[in-house]
Design a binder for this molecule. Sequence first.
Ligand code: PMT
Length: 401
Amino acid sequence: MQTSVKDKNIVLGVCGGIAAYKSVKLLRLLKKQGANVKVIMTQSAQLFVGPLTFEALSGQPVCTNLFEKDGSVSIRHIDWAEKADAVIVAPATANIIGKLANGIGDDALSTFMLAATSLAILCPSMNTHMFENRAVQRNLERLKADGYYVVAPASGELACGAKGYGRLPEPEDILDRLLCYLTPKDLKGKNLLVTAGPTREHIDPVRFISNPSSGKMGYAVARAAEHRGANVILIAGPTTLPDPLNITIIKIQTAQEMAVAVFENLENSHIIIKTAAVSDYRPLDPAKQKIKKKKDKITLFLQKNQDILKELGRKKKDRILVGFAAETEDLEENANKKLKEKNLDIVAGNLVGSPSSGFGSDINEVTLFYKDGTKKPLPAMKKDAVAHILLDQICALHPHS
Ligand code: PMT
């Protein structure tokens, strides 16, 4: 089952760091996903971004003070803490990290955090030396032991000019971690091998045979499996997609390289999902130098590539094997043929050729075909949703394994 933040109550804590501007984008992303977001800002956060920005985008009053203007104690933070499904502090400064590690509540955000019992995520962001400081590291370790999730800062150029760890991860990555932490871990302990994207078979150094696979379907499967607790190895052909978090990625170019990577990682895999669009043929004798256009016609001899999935079917043992079938006609007949020939448990068949499904699109319309001859047509939906339904079906094959 895909987890979403739709209608979830999320509290976003913002501390005083230059990365506070990125929290605005995080808020927008959360709202776009249908979450109810309330924002608590520290005093120093307000020096970087005005509360009005968060108020306008969240559609909720922003909590900036432990005390109301009339001097009475605000109970807003207690009320919010009771209703929150998740709390994200981004950026989390050394100051809030130190306070939380020691149980100090002396402003709206720190007292709220002490009262919150929901899932809590800290996204540290600060100068590299500050981040590496022993006290900060000690505090983070203590917080992890206390049950906080800590999203490691990214490495790169920091606002202070230094280079190293300390950058707030991109808001998309923070949202990805939130979804991951909220997802039940029904694939915990499973090793999952996923292939994604196209392969490239070179004709000469500057030309190749390939196909329009973007890698989106395979990356969605890999991300969904990681969210559900699997150890994921993703073997990917050339794509422009960002590397998914917490996944081992092996980047390949050709079908032969994909075969090597797959068979090297076969032994420990419990589940293999072959989403990649592998070239069936490669040029027999690729030119060492760029081919010059001297003749009107040239002949290109192609050599058949190994069918990786068919070989996996021969070596199947008790592994779960899932293939994809990209067809332009006779989906059912062709998908069932592949199911039998390659000794698979499930084939996800999709018609390719339309821009709104299959190659390149964020959407896919898939029919699942099973070994026992049954099928399950799915409506067109986001590839993330297809990935989760496919994983649901895989879990149902061996519910107790
Ligand atoms: O990457 P996207 O843009 O998101 O597009 C997704 C997709 C359309 C590529 C995907 O949904 C899909 O259909 N992938 C399978 C494409 C394909 O190569 O299908 P096929 O019918 O040619 O191959 C059948 C199966 O055998 C596939 O699982 C394929 O990985 C595998 N195969 C094929 C040839 C080969 N030499 N070795 C293989 O392992």
